[in-house]
Ligand binder design. Structure first.
Ligand code: PPS
Length: 285
């Protein structure tokens, strides 16, 4: 299982719980229902924070659910073998997580009324977060150095492929009424307003004390202590002992790691790849 990618349609996937056959089946046959809510991100963009927040919105701020069921069972990953099996059995409205690029997503979604939240994060911070996480993961090809990972990131040779392609692909959906774009940065800088925005999108009404409880129980510190959400259950089989999902949880950490040359290369690439999209979609400095 270690040190490898599974390749499908030119995109590298982790080796544990993924297969080309299943990825094809998910794309062709998984049935998205109108009442489903889909949480979509490029890896390391704050996916688990979004999942925790939405679970707490569903439970009206009551932390019992997030403290008693692993996060990947509450909102299973449609592209993994385990998640796919779980989702097929689930009754009623489902929460569904995914890192899939748009071209590999279940086709049924595009004919459904299911709501999707797409969370985007400064790719420089995605890069740093990914570097530390993948180095401690046992189910992907591990980067040996920051320099090497920089090359992989630029070329899109990393789990789920190119950040630029992934983001461009999903952003094409941004004007649809069942599609909400959020950023990690706005979530961090004004968490309360962002949670209110999610509630409004999902048609959920929370009392002030329920909203306060959502904010408290999805905070970095509380999530870091919650064994159902902090990936500590993955240590041993999937993660090294030094692997942490909740590492720093901040914006702009890339400034501590990029060289001037890397920052310039990245800026140039970002301009080339993303210039035609409205820049307010990317509200980082
Ligand atoms: S994964 O493995 O792709 O699903 O990872 P993902 O959850 O997308 O991203 C992990 C980063 O999200 C940060 N995180 C949070 N930030 C703020 N508040 C909360 N509650 C929170 N939960 C997770 C986590 O710390 C990772 O970012 P870095 O920069 O590595 O700290």
């Amino acid at each position: 299982m270690t040190g490898k990618f599974v390749w499908f349609e030119g995109i590298p996937f982790p080796s544990a719980d993924y297969s080309p056959e299943l990825l094809r089946e998910v794309q062709e046959s998984f049935l998205v229902k109108d009442e489903d809510v889909l949480l979509l991100t490029f890896p390391k963009s704050g996916t688990n924070w979004l999942i925790e927040t939405v679970c707490l919105i569903y439970s009206k701020g009551d932390p019992k659910w997030v403290q008693s069921e692993p996060i990947w069972d509450r909102s299973p990953w449609v592209e993994t073998k385990t998640g796919y099996e779980l989702l097929k059995e689930k009754e009623g409205p489902r929460l569904i997580s995914s890192h899939l690029p748009i071209q590999l997503f279940p086709k049924s979604f595009f004919k459904s009324k299911a709501k999707m939240v797409y969370l985007v994060r400064n790719p420089r911070d995605v890069f740093v977060s990914g570097y530390f996480f993948w180095r401690s993961a046992k189910f992907v090809k591990r980067p040996q150095s920051l320099e090497q990972y920089f090359e992989w990131f630029i070329q899109g040779n990393m789990p789920f492929g190119s950040w630029f392609d992934h983001t461009r692909g999903w952003m094409s959906m941004r004007d649809k009424e069942n599609f909400l774009v959020l950023s990690y940065e706005e979530m961090k800088w004004d968490t309360r307003s962002t949670v209110e925005k999610i509630c409004q999108f999902l048609g959920k009404k929370l009392e002030p004390e329920e909203l306060n409880s959502v904010l408290k129980n999805s905070s970095f510190q509380v999530m870091k202590e919650n064994n159902m959400s902090n990936f500590s259950l993955l240590k041993g089989q999937y993660l090294e002992e030094n692997g942490h999902l909740l590492r720093k949880g901040m914006t702009g950490d890339w400034k501590n790691y990029f060289t001037v040359a890397q920052a310039e290369t990245f800026d140039k690439l970002f301009r080339e790849k993303m210039a035609d999209l409205p820049q307010e979609l990317f509200p980082w400095e």
